[in-house]
Design a protein around this ligand. Structure first.
Ligand SMILES: [Zn+2]
Length: 279
């Protein structure tokens, strides 16, 4: 075991050569992939992930669903897979509905999360409470085209002020706030206060609905920083899921499932250059 002491289940999975897939909306083509060779993680708590559970329930590894607790609403459970396939949804589209239009029907309800949590091979992990974004001067390693919903989120900020700034995770970066017609950098205290507020609301949801504190965390947008990690660890999180090439070796790296559709299925390979859009 290395100095970083990965949690035991992660060490076991690594020793067995398991690699971890990152999945957002489930699409019919994914079920033709050799999914049994991978650990599966699901981001954003989408209804489609609940809907297709009957096709995944016999998977040889635990299925981990990372939920964004502000998007989970109190409502009865809907149907599960009955032979029909759902129309696929792009992350940009369901993010637009959720974060701009305030519609949460693309996401699981409390009853649906409780159903999954009661299944023998399921883990429910945290994916923040708000999944929010900020304007920041911190440059992304691999800049991608900005989704319309992210621009709309800051439509109230004059374009001249936004020039040269990126839109990234509000948890991972201090970023800038628009106040009195100016953009001002959030202080370290304000940033830390936001991380704590978000994390406490998320953990509180788990306590109220599942009666336990989560220990697995998936970073929104796969973006993280040392202050965010330190605060999350202080709340009991011990297993962190990131993108395909995190610099921090204590994080669990994941491959975008879409990248497997673009290669022969003769065995798991290292595919760090995923090009699918993730939100
Ligand atoms: Zn997400």
């Amino acid at each position: 075991m290395s100095n970083s002491d990965p949690p035991p289940d992660r060490a076991v999975a690594q020793a067995a050569g398991w690699r971890t897939l990152m999945i957002h909306d489930l699409q019919p083509a994914f079920f033709d992939l050799p999914l049994d060779r991978y650990r599966l993680t699901f981001d954003d708590g989408l209804y489609s992930q609940y809907y297709y559970f009957p096709l995944l329930q016999h998977h040889p590894q635990p299925l981990t669903f990372f939920i964004t607790t502000s998007l989970i609403r109190e409502a009865p459970a809907r149907g599960r897979f009955d032979g029909r396939y759902l129309p696929p949804q792009a992350a940009a589209d369901y993010s637009q509905r959720a974060f701009i239009e305030g519609r949460r029907d693309d996401f699981m309800t409390t009853a649906e999360v409780l159903f999954l949590a009661g299944q023998p091979n399921v883990r429910i992990g945290a994916h923040s409470h708000f999944h929010d974004i900020t304007l920041t001067s911190s440059h992304p390693r691999n800049p991608r085209p900005v989704s319309a919903w992210k621009l709309q989120r800051f439509a109230h900020v004059p374009a001249a002020l936004r020039r040269g700034l990126w839109i990234r995770s509000r948890l991972a970066f201090p970023g800038h706030e628009f106040r009195n017609q100016r953009l001002v950098e959030r202080s370290a205290g304000e940033w830390e206060g936001f991380i704590r507020h978000d994390t406490e609301r998320c953990v509180d949801w788990f306590q109220r609905h599942l009666g336990r504190t989560p220990d697995a965390y998936c970073f929104p947008f796969n973006e993280y920083s040392a202050p965010l990690l330190a605060i999350l660890r202080s709340y009991g999180f011990r297993e962190f899921y990131a993108g395909s090439a995190p610099k921090d070796p204590s994080l669990i790296r994941r491959t975008e499932i879409e990248s497997l559709l673009r290669q022969p299925t003769n065995g798991p390979r290292d595919v760090s250059a995923g090009v699918a859009r993730r939100e």
